[in-house]
Design a protein around this ligand. Structure first.
Ligand SMILES: Cc1cc2nc3c(=O)[nH]c(=O)nc-3n(C[C@H](O)[C@H](O)[C@H](O)COP(=O)(O)O)c2cc1C
Length: 373
């Protein structure tokens, strides 16, 4: 059992409290950032309380499993690691450590294209772990294409295209602070985007501040469904779209031939006032029913009962962002493994008490809306 100053770290919240004490205020503010009045950030967590579990009774739940698959690949539990940028704030080995933790827990690691570690280092550190690569569309598509080709070369199994960031949200931390590690420290460079093209060479030569500015400007690229078709044309890997919250967008995604959808509000970091992912899940799931598209969700998952609610509402798996970063800051890869195991154990218990034996055998009426009376 992990301990924090003698006190065991037994829940996601224990990791949050401990990480806040351990991390620099800059790192904490970056990880904890949200847009606007933080309504969507807060509601992503609070929304889970609007749903209740309706347990089945008198079922034999002696033999249970949490194992499942994502896009046909086996994982030990339906709890995966969401793509988050700049893991160096939490650990000097950055995403290398995170990938090891996820592989030790035998689950999926989705690596952000804004990682501090290189795709090849991550691949070497966790050769047996299932990995997907998250991608943004940069104005200069050569940058995006480079990330895809590296991921293919290193055995990543899918590309996760994030579609909710045509502009960066109006966040408190990201109000373009020119001071601090984020801009100044070369080890905080987004390693996989510093590619071999003259524009990037020029930005690197004029200092690290400039490459980050350059990439931020590059990131706010116009993007349309034609770009999804372009992405399909340059890779054979399955494509997952991240950041969908409506049935309409989900149907368009299915029409565009994607393999998966992540229902996500980007942790409340993009536009404030959008739906919490758990509230949007049912609409998305029913929009693509029978279309062969897997639906996952992220945002606000803090406990095993949250996971059960998401699965009961139709998600194939959930992804967790901040809890992984907190665990990484506290205990590196073993923290990442532990926080995933804590959520797995909580899910196992919730499943058993609800009369279910597996994530794939949850009846569609297990989750209800809390009565307002
Ligand atoms: C510090 C931080 C960085 C993030 N960076 C990315 C990113 O690079 N790409 C992406 O698609 N999502 C990014 N996200 C969004 C997460 O993938 C996820 O949608 C969000 O954190 C919700 O999950 P959570 O409530 O478990 O944190 C980031 C989130 C955080 C907190």
């Amino acid at each position: 059992m992990s301990t924090s100053n003698g006190r065991p770290l037994m829940t996601v919240d224990d990791y949050r409290c401990r990480a806040q004490k351990l991390m620099s205020s800059e790192g904490w503010s970056f990880y904890n950032d949200a847009s606007g009045r933080r309504s969507t950030y807060n509601d992503s967590m609070e929304a889970f309380d609007r749903y209740v579990i309706r347990p089945r009774i008198l079922r034999d739940v002696t033999h249970r499993t949490l194992s499942t698959t994502v896009l046909g690949q086996p994982i030990s539990m339906p709890i995966c690691v969401a793509p988050t940028s700049y893991h160096r704030y939490a650990h000097t080995s950055a995403e290398v450590e995170t990938a090891k933790g996820a592989a030790d827990a035998d689950t999926l690691f989705v690596m952000s294209c804004y990682a501090n570690a290189s795709i090849s280092d991550v691949s070497r550190a966790a050769p047996g772990g299932l990995k997907w690569m998250q991608l943004y569309l940069f104005k200069d598509r050569r940058i995006s294409e480079h990330v895809v080709k590296e991921a293919e070369k290193e055995g990543f199994k899918a590309i996760v295209l994030t579609v909710d960031l045509p502009f960066t949200g109006n966040r408190a931390f990201s109000q373009k602070r020119p001071s601090g590690k984020y801009y100044q420290d070369p080890t905080f460079r987004p390693e996989n985007l510093a590619i071999d093209i003259p524009e990037i060479h020029k930005a690197i030569q004029s200092g690290d501040v400039c490459i980050r500015r350059f990439l931020e400007e590059q990131g706010e690229s116009p993007q349309t469904w034609d770009d999804v078709r372009w992405l399909k044309s340059i890779t054979k890997l399955p494509i997952v779209l991240k950041g969908i919250l409506t049935g309409e967008a989900a149907r368009e995604a299915a029409d565009a031939g994607v393999s998966g959808i992540i229902v996500s509000a980007h942790g409340g970091r993009q536009i404030d006032g959008i739906s919490s992912p758990i509230d949007a899940l049912t609409e998305v799931v029913s929009a693509v029913k029978g279309r062969g598209v897997e639906v996952y969700m992220d945002g606000g998952v803090m406990s095993g009962t949250d996971v059960l609610k998401a699965l009961g509402l139709g998600a194939r798996a959930v992804l967790i962002g901040k809890p992984v970063l907190w665990a990484l800051a506290c205990e590196g890869s073993s923290g990442v493994k532990n926080v995933l195991s804590i959520l797995g154990a909580e899910l196992d218990s919730a499943l058993a008490i609800s009369g279910c034996t597996s994530p794939n055998e949850i009846p569609s009426n297990l989750i209800g809306r809390k009565s307002l009376l």
